[in-house]
Design a protein around this ligand. Structure first.
Ligand code: 4AD
Ligand code: MG
Length: 499
């Protein structure tokens, strides 16, 4: 049995094709059914004409409900008005399973409802687009590093070492002694860089994040390049080239997906070198500046304009509702839910803006930036920004110090534009044994668990650097998604461990 996928139909014009998939939508009129078939690679409209099919096929078309699994055979016609530019003139339909009461209907549902049914929601249009972008981003990441001679190597997930502080460790019982789920592959990445020069890890990491934010998961995927003989400057340039590659591949290869997500492609096309670079101190100054206050004001005005536009549209829709046809009513219902969701987001941001400005203008040098501080900083620029030379107190124990100012660490974060904030964290590593031993002590970490790590500084230590890119935050930025939970097939958060 030869099956053709929907995405390859454009090359099958004039031929008869057999498609296997699920029914996404059905409309009917006298002697005709229009079935929208989904097979995971795309959607196609299949036209069933009672006069052209056997009774059995006609009955199957009549009985098919949303998500019924089907085998459809028919001739492929070019039709520019249809999704994918083709349409199937059906000659036969077999049913694999008829579905009763599929829980996710074409009308809009709330996110929690959908997340509880994530195992089914993944079949819908929006997750389809997001997961395909995720896949494309993953491919770009591998291509980028492989083309530059980096070796992909895996760090262990079970470990004795805290990497990013002790407050977000998931502790497990390892045959009677304690171990952790890794927070980052970096320490093992450094080992591999000393053995293989330039490597990158690509794996899941775990953090017991006790706060509910739109940027935090408890299980997420991190890509961590680590390079021998790289200083902070080279590290920043690599991060810049890397993000440019991810954005430009997405723009050129995910046009359909990004359109479904209504992503502003111009914003992604602007991701070009050079990214603005500034020290932490310069970033603090910018954050507290009059310029930030003006941006907050402008944002407030823009949101209020959007708000009244949406409210007006909602009123107009309600006015015509009663005299609308059934299909139009359904469209208005869906639009109403979309408008309400959007209005809720706008209201929330309007409530937050004064608080964000307040905490920005009162920011104290030495603190770490909060999510809102990062958001405000990104509004000053149309591309990612790199902030470097942070106070050592807000960075991890392994950071090298600035030789000219001992209060500063040679760390850097890359903040994604349009308010997305930190997607990369990294820096130059401490390469001196005595200093590193001191830091482990100062951070109350168990010395013996780090002996193997100290060996890197005992036997041929060299300057080296690296960074970690959060895959889900990156996908959220590329797709323009409000919340990180939609960027991973099965999100794990404080309140969610299923499905
Ligand atoms: O800044 P972080 O904590 O850096 C490290 O773990 C370093 N060891 C990386 C390195 O230098 N090799 O995390 C790196 C990135 C962040 O910039 C963010 O994109 C992502 O990981 N991230 C999270 N993503 C989702 N949920 C969370 N709870 C995250 N915490 C960090
Ligand atoms: Mg960080």
């Amino acid at each position: 049995m030869e099956t053709i996928t929907i995405e390859s139909l454009a090359g099958q014009i004039g031929k008869v094709a057999t498609l296997r998939g699920w029914l996404q939508q059905k409309r009917g009129s006298k002697g005709l059914f229009f079935l929208v078939l989904r097979d995971g690679t795309g959607l196609v409209q299949c036209v069933v004409n009672q006069q052209n099919v056997e009774v059995n096929s006609w009955q199957n078309a009549s009985a098919a409900t949303q998500e019924t699994s089907l085998v459809v055979t028919g001739k492929v016609h070019a039709d520019e008005r249809q999704i994918g530019g083709v349409e199937i003139q059906v000659s036969s339909i077999e049913v694999i399973q008829i579905v009763d009461d599929y829980p996710i209907t074409p009308k809009a549902h709330g996110v929690e409802f959908l997340m509880d049914r994530r195992h089914l929601w993944l079949r819908s249009r929006r997750p389809w687009a997001v997961m395909r972008v995720r896949n494309r981003v993953i491919m770009s990441i591998h291509n980028f590093f492989q083309e530059r001679g980096f070796l992909q190597m895996d760090a262990p997930l079970l470990t004795k070492n805290a990497v990013e502080g002790t407050s977000t460790l998931f502790e497990i019982d390892y045959f009677g002694s304690s171990a952790y789920l890794t927070q980052s592959g970096q320490l093992h990445g450094e080992v591999m860089a000393m053995a293989f020069n330039k490597i990158y890890t690509f794996g899941p990491v775990f953090r017991a994040e006790k706060s509910k934010t739109r940027r935090h998961l408890t299980e997420f995927w991190m890509i961590e390049p680590e390079m021998a003989f790289y200083d902070l400057e080279m590290n920043m340039t690599l991060a810049e080239d890397f993000l440019i590659r991810i954005a430009s591949d997405a723009v050129s290869d995910c046009e359909e997906e990004l359109e479904i997500l209504e992503r502003d492609l111009e914003a992604l096309r602007r991701i070009q070198a050079p990214f603005p670079r500034m020290t932490y101190s310069e970033a603090v100054e910018l954050l507290q500046s009059e310029k930030t206050r003006i941006l907050v004001q402008e944002r407030q005005d823009a949101l209020q304009r959007q708000q009244s536009g949406l409210e007006k549209e909602r009123t107009q829709n309600r006015d015509v509702y009663a005299r609308s046809k059934e299909w139009k009513k359904r469209r208005i219902d869906a639009r109403e839910i979309a408008i309400n969701t959007h209005l809720d987001q706008i209201e929330e941001e309007l409530r937050n803006l004064p608080k964000w400005w307040e905490s920005a203008v009162n920011f104290e040098w030495g603190k770490d930036f909060g999510g809102s501080d990062e958001t405000l900083l990104t509004w000053h620029f149309d591309r990612p920004i790199i902030v470097h030379h942070y106070p050592e107190a807000v960075k991890a124990f392994y950071m090298k110090r600035d030789p000219e100012d001992d209060r500063l660490a040679l760390g850097m974060d890359v903040l994604a534009p349009e308010g997305f904030g930190e997607i990369i964290g990294g820096g130059q590593r401490a390469d001196d044994l005595t200093f590193l031993e001191e830091q482990v002590r100062r951070h109350d970490l168990p010395q013996e668990a780090f002996e193997w790590y100290f060996d890197l500084r005992r036997y041929g230590t060299v300057p080296h650097s690296g960074f970690g890119l959060g895959l889900e935050r990156t996908v959220a930025w590329v797709c323009g998604l409000e919340h990180i939970r939609e960027t991973i097939p099965f999100p794990r958060t404080l309140g969610r461990l299923a499905p």
